[in-house]
Design a protein. Structure first.
Length: 344
């Protein structure tokens, strides 16, 4: 049995000398050292030997298998390193290759314009109201009554305002001014807030009008607030948003919730004031309505108009975006044609 062991060991060493790869080593391990390997076969027969021989042959078998294990491990390390080196040199990564293009979505121009307007107004001291102050589905009370809009005002007509089937008095808000009432109710001045959001109107759709659009409402109520403060804030806002060189004008107007009231027009960028389809030939586009909060509105929310005054404004987000980026049709914002949206 001793000779047998030595022969197997010799064969194993020869096989090992011939091995050239990790695969060869695995084969050798299987052939000699696995459960069904040649050494194990011999070890199974040890039981037939005398105790003395068992000890001698057993320890020889152990020694030989140990040596073979060590030799296999050494070869393994050698081949592993060699194969890894080969692989690494063959599979060199070219980090200068251009990457794969993964198209990425981005912010809609109405959202980015809203964000820009909001952040300018924040820099002027206004805070955004909580969402709960500015719902899109609203009662007639907040959208009209509390804002001093008479019962027979044409804006309340179904031709102008979308009424819901939820209840007779529930509308899709036609203006973000509803947030003024909710921002003032139960609060004490100073109140200096803005409310961005979507509004709905039953409009005939054209280049300037869509049946939903976006506004940013502003409200400042405190002691001694004057029309001069309103003009100062809006002029500063427009200067920051458009830069100093864009012609603008204040024009007196009427809103039920402000007295006096005004509108601000910005020169049409499409025709530079000459008149075109977008500005319907006037050379100007109206971008916001504003005014001094009507005493009736203050009284409605429990603020004493003899102590406090305030100004309010409502900006049209689409108009501001059109005038900055020379977009000649409001409908482009909502068709969601990627060729258009991609440009922003
Ligand atoms: N809510 C008005 C509209 O949608 C705009 C407006 C006018 C808002 C005057 C105001 C304001 O806050 O004071 O046409």
């Amino acid at each position: 049995m001793k000779e047998q062991l030595e022969t197997i060991y010799k064969n194993a060493q020869e096989d090992l000398a011939k091995a050239t790869s990790l695969n060869d080593l695995e084969e050798i391990r299987g052939k000699y050292l696995s459960r069904k390997g040649e050494f194990n076969e011999i070890k199974k027969n040890l039981k037939n030997l005398s105790n003395e021989d068992k000890r001698i042959v057993g320890s020889l078998a152990n020694e030989i298998t140990k040596n073979l294990e060590t030799a296999l491990q050494e070869k393994h390390n050698e081949f592993y390193k060699k194969e890894l080196d080969e692989k690494l040199s063959k599979e060199r990564l070219d980090i200068t290759l251009p990457g794969k293009f993964i198209p990425q979505g981005h912010v809609h121009p109405i959202t980015s314009t809203t964000n820009e307007i909001v952040s300018i107004l924040q820099s002027l001291g206004f805070s955004v109201v909580p969402d709960a102050c500015s719902p899109e589905v609203e009662t007639e009370y907040y959208n009209f009554d509390a804002l001093n809009v008479p019962k027979d005002h044409p804006a309340r007509d179904v031709q102008d305002t979308f009424y819901t089937k939820i209840a007779k008095n529930i509308v899709l808000r036609s203006q973000t001014s509803n947030s003024q009432i909710r921002a003032m109710e139960g609060k004490n001045p100073p109140i200096r807030v803005i409310a961005p959001g979507r509004v709905y109107r039953n409009e005939n759709i054209n280049a300037r009008k869509n049946n939903f659009f976006h506004q940013i409402e502003g409200l400042y109520v405190d002691k001694n607030i004057t029309f001069g403060d309103l003009k100062g804030v809006l002029n500063e806002f427009i200067r920051i948003y458009f830069g100093a060189s864009r012609p603008t004008r204040f024009r007196s107007s009427f809103f039920p919730f402000t007295e006096p009231s005004a509108e601000v027009d910005v020169q049409c960028i499409m025709c530079e004031g000459k008149g075109c389809r977008t500005c319907s030939g006037t050379g100007w586009l109206e971008v916001l309505g504003c005014g001094m909060v009507d005493p009736n509105v203050l009284r409605e929310v429990g603020i004493d108009p003899d102590v406090y005054t305030g100004f309010a404004f409502g900006m049209g987000v689409e108009r501001f975006a059109m005038l900055k980026y020379a977009i000649d049709d409001i409908r482009l914002f909502f068709n969601n044609d990627v060729r258009f949206l991609k440009q922003f």
